[in-house]
Write a protein that binds this ligand. Sequence first.
Ligand code: NAD
Length: 334
Amino acid sequence: MARRAFVTGSAGFIGFHLSQRLLAAGWEVLGLDGISDYYDVTLKRRRHEILAAEPGFRGVEGLLETPGLVRGLVETFRPDAIIHLAAQAGVRHSIDAPRSYVDSNLIGTFEILEAARAVPPQHMLLASTSSAYGANEVMPYAEVHKADHQMSFYAATKKATESMAHSYAHLYGLPTTMFRFFTVYGPWGRPDMALFKFVKAILYGEAIDVYNQGDMRRDFTYIDDLVEGIVRLIDAAPGTAPVGEFDSLSPVAPWRVVNIGNGAPVQLLDFVAAIEAATGQAAQKNLLPMQPGDVPATWADATLIEALIGALPRTDIRTGVQRFVDWYRTYYRA
Ligand code: NAD
């Protein structure tokens, strides 16, 4: 019988790619997404339509925080794995619209945890973020480092979900992995993120806003590499196998925090140069100061994930950016 995955945020960027990958591997996938209007809903609906064309997929449109919705779906579907990706994302938006982060990230995650308590999956996997490391200046970021000075409300809510999930792992013995993703990019990527905005502006001859005068580094992680890490980790639930010195951040709970990142940060101006090469057009840059909530650099220590599941593919930035630009040109006929 096919294994069953409940994927939240299935019309989102990562949820869409992950669902495609699970379906190709023979999983049955139940996707839930509220199709929020934070960015282009047409893009989200298109992703869900593509998934719906696959026989193993069922998509439900609804909000996590709707009382009883998640619990009802989980009781009926009885997933082997719950992969909770739905969230209100975005660092800057969290300063303008913090309440949506409370609703989606805190209440939404609570509903997921309650459903998992009622019908425990073999493995529960939830998305946190490199932003959880906050003002940590020790590079690269390793899971054993302190992460307690979040710089944005987005990061604060994601860090809070880590504590919430840890308490459920501990109290109810739920095998739980909390991912910290590092700036994910690739085809079907998010319109609110730098790559999408920069490519669009450059193709239409408009200027791009480059923060901190371009002196920023991001550990850009290509979507297929990230999805590969998630899929392999599904079968590496904590508590089921010894994992050496990284066994757990807690001595008790079947729990772990795992970075998924490329491990090779790229300077923002090199990132822009990769877009210029892929589009064949020069960028006009507005060099601006650092934005509130941002951090100057992110960098994943990938030692733990590779100890758990082996070496991961690492698509280089030029190849990844080229694939995005090719997708963008086709999808938007640009
Ligand atoms: P996304 O915005 O494309 O996908 C999230 C999806 O969740 C959206 O389709 C949205 O409609 C849905 N959603 C939001 N609130 C909801 C709610 N209350 N109920 C139901 N659905 C809701 O974002 P993404 O880039 O695919 O990110 C997926 C996860 O990874 C998020 O948890 C995000 O915080 C995390 N993350 C992403 C990145 C990145 O670079 N993309 C980096 C770090 C962490």
